[in-house]
Every structure is written in structure tokens, then in C-alpha cells.
Design a protein around this ligand. Structure first.
Ligand code: URA
Length: 258
């Protein structure tokens, strides 16, 4: 590659970051122009589409229907994780380092559903490990619950298992195609109560947005009581909303011990 001056190099880098390529995945660069054709060329889309027979083009496939079939076929959480890992119709998968499935204790009475992994979660392969996750842990510790509290455990997942580039908001079509997996996840984890954290989780599970209006109002997800709450990332930006979050947590604790 020709050498470029500082300002051009910087502009090129900024452009890549803008596109979502904001992480280095190896210490040394790979010059793909120098690789043999068979390695350098990206593979053509597989002639055999996932879960469908015959030469069906990607744009003719129905992601939600395929997700539904794959999710329903899973009979355990491990099978569900594997089915999500094999699902190739969500473009986010291609830009993510890890599938972020869950953390905490499966079978816990409380299952928390967040939005989507960000950089830290994508690296760790676990939900809620960044700053918002630390606040989430503090919030639940305040009602004597936690992901590693064996006496009062919680189980945690997110509406999307892959990090959106640049931590942008999940798109409605991404939430819709991953929804069958999320619903099956709830069924298999079998919590007494679901906590719906933030707008994306509300959109996925209740087909509604407007978390500041919806929070604290019990709803149903798959026949189970579900409590919308403000996402900890929102609470970090809007500390005044912590007071209402505390009221929601107390309400949640009552529902769980009932
Ligand atoms: N926020 C979420 O909603 N989910 C995560 O996994 C991390 C941060």
C-alpha cells in the first residue's frame, strides 16, 4: 500500500470507525491483496441456505420464520445457545466478537432482559459487564438479589445477542428476527417474573416503546408477570429517575417473595 500522510491516515481511520470498524482484531495487519485468491476472496454465499431446501436467495428467506423454527426446536438452554450461534440471518453476527447469551443462574425466579451487548460484553461474551452492568448489580444487591447470589439469584440476557456497531440502537427488524429466540429463552429459563429493561426490550417483548411511561406497569410475557423498568444506562444519564427505579425494585421484590 502507498504510504499516506498523517491527515489522510486519520481521515481513513475516522471513516472506518464511522462504519463501525472500531476495534483491532489482531496485532499485525493482513494485506488481503497479497493473499492467494482462494483465501483473500470472501466465500460466495452458501448454495445451501440454512433450514431451507433448494437455492433460495437471502432476500427471499424469512428471518423471523426461520428463527421461530430454530428456537422451537431447542429443548434446553444449551441447544438454544447453539441454535442462535448457527443462525446466520442477522448481520450483527458478522461484526460481533462473541454471541452474548446469558449470565447468572438459570432457573432463577427473576429473569432480566436488557437491550444488546456493548463493547465490554462483546469482548467478555457475557451480558451487563460494563458500567451499566455494575449499576444493575448494585440495584439488585439493594434488594438482596444478584447474579451470583445463590439464595436470591437472577438470570440475565438481552434482546439481542450480538453487539450493534458503534453501540447504536437495535433496529426494529433485528429485534423482530431475534424475538423468537428471546421468547424461547424465557420459556426454557422458566422465571417467575421477567424484568424488561429499557425501550428495546419493551419493543421486543411488548411491541411498545416509551419506557418512562411504561415503567412500573406490570404486563405479561408468555403468560408470566413482566415489569418494565428503566435501563441502568438511562439511569446513569438521568440520575433523577433512580427514585422511580427504586420503587420498581421494591415492587419486584414483593412480587417474587409472594
Ligand atoms: N446493556 C444491555 O442491555 N445488555 C447488555 O448485555 C449490556 C448492556
Amino acid at each position: 500500500m502507498e504510504s499516506v500522510d498523517f491527515h489522510t491516515a486519520r481521515a481513513l481511520l475516522e471513516w472506518q470507525i464511522e462504519l463501525g470498524a472500531d476495534e483491532c482484531i489482531s496485532d499485525t495487519p493482513v494485506d488481503r491483496y497479497k493473499l492467494p485468491e482462494s483465501i483473500a476472496k470472501p466465500k460466495k454465499p452458501d448454495a445451501k441456505p440454512h433450514l431451507t431446501k433448494g437455492p433460495v436467495k437471502a432476500q427471499e428467506r424469512d428471518p423471523e420464520a426461520e428463527a421461530e423454527i430454530a428456537a422451537k426446536a431447542a429443548t434446553t438452554l444449551d441447544e438454544l445457545r447453539a441454535a442462535m450461534g448457527a443462525f446466520d440471518l442477522c448481520d450483527l453476527k458478522r461484526g460481533a466478537r462473541n454471541l452474548v447469551f446469558s449470565d447468572g443462574i438459570a432457573g432463577a425466579p427473576v429473569m432480566i432482559v436488557g437491550e444488546a451487548p456493548s463493547k465490554e460484553e462483546d469482548r467478555a461474551g457475557k451480558p451487563f459487564v460494563g458500567a451499566a452492568g455494575q449499576l444493575l448489580d448494585k440495584m439488585f444487591a439493594a434488594i438482596e438479589m444478584g447474579r451470583s447470589n445463590e439464595r436470591a439469584p437472577v438470570y440475565i440476557t438481552s434482546a439481542l445477542p450480538w453487539r450493534p456497531p458503534h453501540n447504536r440502537e437495535p433496529k426494529p427488524e433485528e429485534l423482530a428476527m431475534m424475538r423468537p429466540f428471546l421468547l424461547r429463552h424465557i420459556e426454557l429459563a422458566d422465571p417467575k417474573v421477567v424484568v424488561i429493561m429499557g425501550n428495546s426490550a419493551c419493543q421486543s417483548l411488548l411491541a411498545k416503546r416509551g419506557i418512562t411511561r411504561l415503567r412500573g406497569q406490570w404486563a405479561k410475557v408468555g403468560g408470566r408477570p413482566a415489569l418494565p423498568m428503566c435501563h441502568p444506562a438511562y439511569l446513569m444519564r438521568n440520575p433523577a429517575a433512580k427514585r422511580e427505579a427504586w420503587a420498581d425494585l421494591l415492587d419486584l421484590r414483593q412480587a417474587v417473595v409472594k
